[in-house]
Every structure is written in structure tokens, then in C-alpha cells.
Ligand binder design. Structure first.
Ligand code: ACO
Length: 431
């Protein structure tokens, strides 16, 4: 992997220099290895938001933000979206290869047989206020898995790591559905292991004891697609959080719970909820123009939710796929949602507005996912929970990769200190 080329850096103030090797991956730009910079020159680097900094080597996901490319283990997202299933994608992310039939059957069996929650964990939900946000409940419930599976778990044992991955992928939908059912006052449902992953989740969400659930198969298909598109996205904020927590040796449940809390923010996974709330606020296509004007006004903190991306500066390939699915779901489920008219007008207006074009602000995956979730009857507060179910596959794949990488170190960034210079303590009476 190491490229013989080097970048020479001369610090003219001290006349100290450093020869920094370039490291190339399989795809993407080469990186300057600054590991010896401090030793050679006495300087740190400064990159708030990590716009130019690779935090790790990883073989899981590749993004080319300029070309709108997203690959999971080398496979283009478009091909996986058309041909694969979420569970197969989860296997791929974890294991690096698509499964042979017997491997997939074993994986599906394992995931199906770890879907139940400990009965004591179910009691946790009773402790939440009735209107607790489901993301708060999800983060707490996943962190609490540490209390059930911590003692006999060694993060250094590959078999234990694999078991933790299976448990998390299996239990996440059960916990997510429990969050929803508690909030609406329905009895929690046990998972039906004869159903496939997404169907099982939809039954846990919506089936009531008094009557069987009739689900349109298009709902499961759409949800499976959304889960595939959200399964991983290399070193985004929540995955980096999982890795940072994981770098301390923390157990996988604590690490993933931290990822969930990072995902919750509106600049990240919380954007899908924010998109829908914003579309509702805009209300009708006639108000789109004034929303665009507000988004462009530098004295107004208002931003168009679901537009822009730190990495995709051309088009989010997931948004392209999901846009098509969005129309299909609304047509097949017979949903005539006026919010879609607002969304389409907003998309059209932003795509031809100089402000958005110049800054390369295109609709991202969250712009359309909220509309699909709404059409499936999933409440707005649950949108980011849906994202978390899918992203668990990526988070745990990264956590495992981190533990499989020899020489991994605790994550510990530096800073530029801007506080007071050294000063002496002043007794209270003399201040
Ligand atoms: N609406 C209006 N203006 C915007 C928007 C937006 N949604 N996004 C960025 N801008 C403007 C900024 O004001 C800035 O303008 P300036 O150059 O005149 O100062 C310029 O575009 C660059 O913006 P940054 O904030 O520097 O871009 P960054 O890459 O740091 O942020 C982010 C990316 C957080 C996604 C941002 O575009 C945003 O807040 N979008 C809305 C929230 C959203 O949809 N988040 C979901 C991300 S996808 C995901 O997590 C799955």
C-alpha cells in the first residue's frame, strides 16, 4: 500500500524539516502521512471538521464525492440496491465478500435466533416518560445491552466480536419497535423468526394483538432498499464516533450507543426528521420561493434540510436511487401526499438557483427517505431510528475492522490552545 513518494516540508522559522511519505489506497487520493511531523518539526496540524484528514485505513466503503460514487466492499451501491437485500449487504460489510447460499443461510439463522430481548431489558421502557424521543430510548436501550452481555465478552476474541455483531443487527429492530410501541401505549411484540428481517420489523412495529397485519409487499421492499442505502458511509460523524469510543477498548454495545447519539443530530441522521418538519412548515408549493430566499440569507440561520453533503459535491448517488423509489411507493400505496409537491418544487427551485448550484448543494438521501417513511406510516420521530437500524451494520463492521487492525491506537486529537497564558491563583478576597 505504501507509495515511495514523499512530501518535503520545511519550517522556515526553525529551519527544521520533515519528509512525509505519501500513502495510497486502492482508490482515491493519496494521503500525506504526518505521523512524524511533530517529532520532526514540533508542529501539529489543524483541520477542524477533518475536511482533509483521513483518520484510518479501511477496506469497507469507498466514496468519490465529486463523481457521486459509493461502493460497499467494491460493489456499486446501484447494483446492490437492485440485486441485494439488507441482510446480504450486512453480511458483505462484516465479512468482505458476498455470501455463498450456505453462508447466507447460516447468517440469517444466527440473526433470526438473536432477535429476542432479555425480559428485564423490556422493563427499562416502563421507566421512560411516555413522550420520550425514540432516539433517546434507543441509545439508552442499546447501551444497556452492555449490562446484559458485558461480563463474558472479550473485545480481543474474534468469536465474541462476531457474536456481538449478530446480537446488535438482530436486536436493533426489536428495540426500535419497542421504542415506538411504548410511545403509543401498545404491548411490546415478540419477534416472529419465520419472517425475513424487514418483514419481521414491520410486524413488530405495526401488528396489534387483536387482528392480523396486512402489509403491502412494496412497504417491505422500500424499507429494505432504504436499509441498504443507509447501511454504511465510511468515516461519517457517527462511525467516527464508534471508532473513537472503540479505540479506548470500550465494549461494542457502548460504542454503538455512542454512534446512535452522534447520528441523532440534525446535521447528520436527524436530518430526515428535520426535512419532514421543514416541509410541513413550508406547507404549500407557493411558499417554496420564500423558503429558498431564507436559506440564502446569511443573516438567517435557516438552512434547507436535506440539501448539501460534506462529501458529495456533485450528486448523492443514494438520493438518485431513492427518488425513484419514492415515486413508486407513493403510486403503489396510493398515497397522494401534498408534501411531495412541496418537496418536488423545492428540489426543482434549488437545483436551478445560483446559490445552491455554486455551492454544489444537491438533495441528499435524507431529502427523500422521510417522505417514504411517512408513506409507510412510520412516525416522524422514528425516522432517525430507522437510519440507526441500517447503520448498525456499518458501525459494527468498522468496530470489528478496527479491532482486527494490528497496532490500532487510542484516538486522541490535538488542539490549538486559545485560553489564558499561565497565571497565579488569586485568593477570593483579592479578586
Ligand atoms: N441550505 C443553505 N445553505 C447551505 C446548506 C443548506 N442546506 N448547506 C450548506 N450551505 C451553505 C453554507 O451556508 C455555506 O455557505 P458559504 O460558503 O456562503 O458560507 C456553504 O453552503 C458550505 O456549507 P458548509 O456548512 O461549510 O458545508 P459542510 O460540508 O460543512 O456541511 C452539511 C454539510 C452539514 C450536510 C450541510 O450542507 C447542512 O447543514 N445541510 C442540511 C442538513 C442535512 O441535510 N444533513 C444531512 C447530511 S446527509 C447525512 O447525514 C445522511
Amino acid at each position: 500500500m505504501s507509495d515511495p513518494k514523499i512530501v518535503k516540508l520545511l519550517d522556515e522559522s526553525s529551519n527544521r524539516s520533515s519528509e512525509l511519505p505519501l500513502i495510497s489506497g486502492t482508490l482515491g487520493p493519496a494521503c500525506i502521512d504526518i505521523g512524524t511531523l511533530y517529532k520532526d518539526t514540533g508542529h501539529f496540524t489543524y483541520d477542524p471538521g477533518y475536511g482533509s484528514t483521513a483518520s484510518t485505513k479501511s477496506a469497507i466503503t469507498y466514496i468519490d464525492g465529486d463523481q457521486g460514487v459509493l461502493l460497499y466492499r467494491g460493489y456499486p451501491i446501484e447494483q446492490l440496491a437492485t440485486n441485494s437485500s439488507f441482510l446480504e449487504v450486512a453480511y458483505l460489510l462484516l465479512n468482505g465478500e458476498l455470501p455463498k447460499p450456505a453462508e447466507f443461510a447460516a447468517f440469517e439463522h444466527d440473526v433470526s435466533h438473536h432477535t429476542m430481548l432479555h425480559e428485564s431489558l423490556k422493563n427499562f421502557f416502563q421507566g421512560f416518560h411516555h413522550d420520550a424521543h425514540p432516539m433517546a430510548m434507543l441509545a439508552a436501550a442499546v447501551a444497556s445491552l452492555s449490562a446484559f452481555y458485558h461480563d463474558d465478552l472479550s473485545v480481543d476474541d474474534p468469536a465474541d466480536r462476531k457474536l456481538a455483531a449478530i446480537r446488535l443487527i438482530a436486536k436493533m429492530p426489536t428495540i426500535a419497535a419497542a421504542c415506538y410501541r411504548y410511545s403509543v401505549g401498545w404491548p411490546l411484540r415478540y419477534p416472529r423468526n419465520n419472517l425475513e428481517y424487514v418483514d419481521r420489523f414491520l410486524h413488530m412495529m405495526f401488528e396489534v394483538p387483536s387482528e392480523p397485519l396486512q402489509m403491502n409487499p412494496v412497504a417491505a421492499k422500500a424499507l429494505d432498499l432504504l436499509f441498504i442505502l443507509h447501511a454504511d458511509h465510511e468515516q461519517n460523524a457517527s462511525t467516527s464516533t464508534v471508532r473513537l469510543v472503540g479505540s479506548t477498548g470500550a465494549n461494542p454495545y457502548a460504542s454503538i450507543a455512542a454512534g446512535i447519539t452522534a447520528l441523532w443530530g440534525p446535521a447528520h441522521g436527524g436530518a430526515n426528521e428535520a426535512v419532514l418538519k421543514q416541509l410541513e412548515e413550508i406547507g404549500t408549493p407557493d411558499n417554496v420561493e420564500s423558503a429558498i430566499l431564507r436559506a440564502k440569507d446569511k443573516n438567517d440561520s435557516f438552512r434547507l434540510m436535506g440539501f448539501g453533503h460534506r462529501v458529495y459535491k456533485n450528486f448523492d448517488p443514494r438520493a438518485k436511487i431513492i427518488r425513484e423509489m419514492c415515486h413508486k411507493v407513493l403510486a403503489e400505496l396510493g398515497v397522494n401526499d401534498p408534501l411531495l409537491d412541496v418537496a418536488m418544487k423545492l428540489e426543482e427551485a434549488a437545483l436551478k438557483d445560483d446559490y445552491f448550484v455554486e455551492r454544489k448543494l444537491y438533495p441528499n438521501v435524507d431529502f427523500y427517505s422521510g417522505i417514504i417513511y411517512k408513506a409507510l406510516g412510520i412516525p416522524t420521530e422514528m425516522f432517525t431510528v430507522m437510519f440507526a437500524i441500517a447503520r448498525t451494520a456499518g458501525w459494527i463492521a468498522h468496530w470489528i475492522e478496527q479491532h482486527e487492525t494490528p497496532g490500532s491506537r487510542i484516538g486522541r486529537p490535538r488542539q490549538i490552545y486559545t485560553g489564558s497564558d499561565v497565571r497565579d491563583y488569586m485568593p477570593t478576597a483579592r479578586r
